[in-house]
Structure formats: C-alpha cells, structure tokens
Design a protein around this ligand. Structure first.
Ligand code: PLP
Length: 453
C-alpha cells in the first residue's frame, strides 16, 4: 500500500538574539567560561570555587538526621505515621516545614528573633535572592544598589529580572556609608529610585572584606535616611578568624529594614540546597490588611520551586535538632579547619612574595576568600596559561565588577583544599606569577619553585 511521503522536517534552530537579553550578558558567559576551565583541568590545584571542604561532610549520618526529624514530628508535634510520611514524601507547605527550627536556630546563633511565619525555607540562598528581588522591585525605575565587587548570584538575578543595578564601591573595610550615599545620589540624579542595597557584611564573596560594627550601624542609618531596604546575605558569618561572632545587620536593625538571606550550604552542606529568607516586614494590602513579606514571597515561590524538597529539609531539620538548634558550636570544627587554611594561605603568600614584591593581597578577618593584586592582566588568557602550564586555577576578579575594576586582581578561595595542596598551589601560583610578569615585562622576583605537573 502506498503511503504519502512525509514532508521534510526542518529541525528547530533557535537564535540567541531572540532569547532573553540576560543570556547574552558577558557576566553570565564568564561564569560558564570559569566552569569550563575548572572542568577542563581536573588535575590542577583549584583556588577557584568557594566550595566547602568535602572531608567535613558526614554522609553516614544522613539517615540518622532524617530519623531524628521524623521522631521530632511524631513526638513534638504529635504527628501520626501517615502524617510523618506525608511530610517526608509529599508536596509540602510552600514556605517550608522546618521554619520553626530555623527561627529557633537564628534566635540562638544570631540573636535574631522572628516569628516562624516570617521564615521562608528556600532552595539555597540563591532562590532567596530571586524571591526577594522579584517581590521588592515593583517599578522599572527601582534600582538595586550592590556592593562592588559583588557576588555573581545577585547580579545574575537582577539581570534575569531586568532590575537595574548601581555599584557602590567597596573599600578595604567593606561598603562604607559614603560610598552608599554616593551611589544613592547617582540613582536619584538619574531620576530613579534606590530601592534596596545588597551587602555581605562578613567575609564577602569575592573580596573577603568585612564591615566593623560602627560601619554596620552607619550603613543602617543611611538606609533609614534614604529609605532603602537592606538585603543582607550572610553565608560565611560563622567563619571568623578570631572565632568571635559579629552582630548581623538584622540583629542591629531597629526599623525593620533588613531582609536576611541565610544558607545552610557552608554550615551543613550545599548538596541539600537549603537556605532561607527572614522576611518579617509587614506589607499593607489594598484592603489595608497587613500580611508579612514572607507571605508575598510565598506566592512567587509557589510558581518557581513549589516547595523546597522535603527530604532536604528533613536532613537539615534533623541536623538542627541534633545540635539543639545551635549551629555555631556545631560548626566549630569546620570553622577551625577554614581558619587554619586561611592562615596557611596567608603564610605561604608571605613566603613566596616577600615585602617589596608588587604582588600584594588583603588579609581578611575570616571566610573563604582573599584577593591578590598582580602586576599583569589577570584575565581569561592568563588563567588558561596558569591552568595549562602551571596546574593552578584561580578566579579573575574582573568578573565580579559591574563596571571597570579587578583587571589586575585574582580571587583565591582556600575552603575546598587541604593545607598541603594550598602549599603546593601557592608554589605553583608563584611560578606562574613570575612567568607571567616576565612575559608582560613587569619581572617579579619570587622565592617559589614550580611544583608538580
Ligand atoms: C555571598 C554568597 N551568597 C549566597 C551564596 C549561595 O548560597 P546557596 O548555596 O545557599 O544558594 C554564595 C555561595 O557561594 C555566596 O558566596
């Protein structure tokens, strides 16, 4: 039987020019480039990603944590076995099911007191950024002021959502009041409204810098005067070099301006993808009824991730319960590990680049990152040579700036490596810097010897 010939099918070819403009943004491209370089040189020593150290995780305890959480539901909340199963295996409450445990934990660890209903349990702090920026920015004239250099996650969210950003230049002591005021003035002069400021007060990514307590208070005072919402992002707060807690902006806030982004990525483990937003601001509706900002975020979350995976929440909830909702003491061994790593990194930099060398770096009060200044362009080509010829990876700082900046700076992250690899890595870095300086005619003397392959 003859069948009609199938007409030829033209496979769909999409045009980048027709996709969302953010996908053509060089910053989104640059992150792909970095991932690609890291993937291409798996044997290189990598100071590039700000990942927690793998050896600190306890995979054998995951089952115990889930069990602990299930017992808590049964014993403390009187749930039947069927209700426990529902909590673990079904779709769940949009704003999360461990919100009460998170509220207790931030109360114990940070002295932040919010009702559990003000907690939104998110898929990492990253989702928190998306929810908060989407909710707060109601007009195309609303501008997000960001500390510059800035964490790429917030820049990416702003670009995806087409929210304009204004950089406020960070100094050696973090984003100061004068820089914030200047940024706000520039926004207003352009006829726009500065709506919010994003800041990482402790051991920022990428710069490693921190705000002292006076600067925190000043920043909050500027926010009051200029009517800004403050988006505080605090994934590294437990990792101070001196081990002493610093007050969060949220705990110092007297006018309810701070929306707080928390993450369990560095304190528990990033694979769980659990973070949270503390959004206790009242929102007055058209009917004059008051709800919480958390309830508004819930509407957005219900259309993005529906709810944060219940099993992930159960593991993190179990971890919180196992530590009596006090993470600060629970992460003390991890904090000691990161502190020791930072000391090793600083000592090795001192050893390989003695005083007088044009290679300089900042000395952070804690966290995972520091920034090294070099006498040549720390760009993609240099990174490629560093990876290929010296087997060491780092992150060009250029990627973290909104406008110009960071051309001669590279970020080193010391969190993922064990101390002996940090030593080898800095030796390789020193050899690379010497070669690159020679190449660019800036000749850097170094005591370092090339190591390994
Ligand atoms: C400043 C900052 N905020 C947020 C995040 C992401 O947190 P999460 O893994 O919880 O999405 C990171 C991760 O590197 C970070 O450095």
């Amino acid at each position: 039987v003859a069948t009609a010939a199938t007409p030829p099918v033209t496979p769909l070819r999409l045009r980048a020019a027709e996709l969302h403009p953010s996908l053509r943004d060089p910053q989104l491209d640059s992150m792909n480039f970095l991932n690609e370089v890291v993937g291409r040189y798996p044997r290189a020593i990598s100071f590039a990603p700000g990942r927690p150290h793998l050896g600190l995780f306890e995979p054998e305890r995951i089952g115990e944590y889930v069990e602990r959480y299930a017992t808590h539901l049964a014993c403390d909340h009187g749930h039947t076995p069927e209700q426990v199963h529902t909590s673990l295996f079904q779709y769940g409450r949009t704003n999360g099911q461990i919100h009460d445990l998170v509220a207790r934990t931030v109360g114990n660890d940070e002295g932040i007191h919010v009702p559990p209903e003000a907690v939104v349990v998110t898929v990492g702090a990253q989702e928190g950024m998306l929810l908060v920026v989407r909710a707060l920015f109601g007009s195309p004239d609303d501008v997000l002021v960001v500390s510059d250099p800035c964490y790429v996650g917030i820049g990416g969210v702003a670009r995806l959502l087409e929210v304009p950003m204004e950089p406020a230049r960070e100094g050696p002591a973090g984003l100061d009041a004068a820089a914030l005021r200047a940024a706000v003035a520039r926004v207003r002069a352009a006829g726009r409204r500065p709506r919010a400021v994003y800041v990482v007060p402790d051991f920022a990514n990428p710069s490693g810098v921190s705000l002292d307590v006076a600067a925190r208070r000043e920043l909050l005072a500027v926010a009051d005067q200029e009517d800004l919402v403050v988006i505080e992002d605090n994934p590294y707060g437990f990792f101070a070099r001196d081990g002493r807690p610093r007050p969060t902006l949220k705990s110092l806030d007297r006018s309810g301006r701070v929306v707080y982004l928390g993450s369990f990525a560095k304190t528990c483990f990033p694979g769980a993808r659990v973070g949270y937003v503390l959004a206790d601001q009242p929102v007055v509706g058209v009917d004059d009824a008051e709800r919480l900002l958390a309830d508004e975020l819930s509407k957005i979350k219900s259309m993005t991730t529906v709810n944060t995976p219940s099993l992930s929440q159960a593991v993190i909830g179990g971890m919180l319960l196992a530590h009596d909702c006090r993470l600060r003491p629970a992460v003390a061994p991890a904090a000691a590990f990161y502190r020791a790593n930072l000391e090793v990194l600083l000592a090795e930099l001192d050893r390989h680049f003695p005083a007088g060398s044009p290679v300089r770096w900042n000395v952070p009060d804690g966290g995972f990152f520091l920034v090294v200044q070099v006498p040549f362009a720390a760009d993609e080509d240099a990174l490629r040579r560093s990876a290929e010829e010296f087997g060491v990876l780092w992150t060009p700082m250029r990627h973290f700036y909104l406008d110009a900046g960071g051309e001669n700076h590279l970020r080193l992250s010391c969190s993922a490596l064990p101390p002996d690899l940090i030593r080898d890595g800095v030796a390789r870095l020193a050899a690379f810097v010497a070669a690159e300086s020679h190449r660019s005619g800036t000749g850097v003397p170094t005591t370092g010897t090339p190591a390994g392959d």
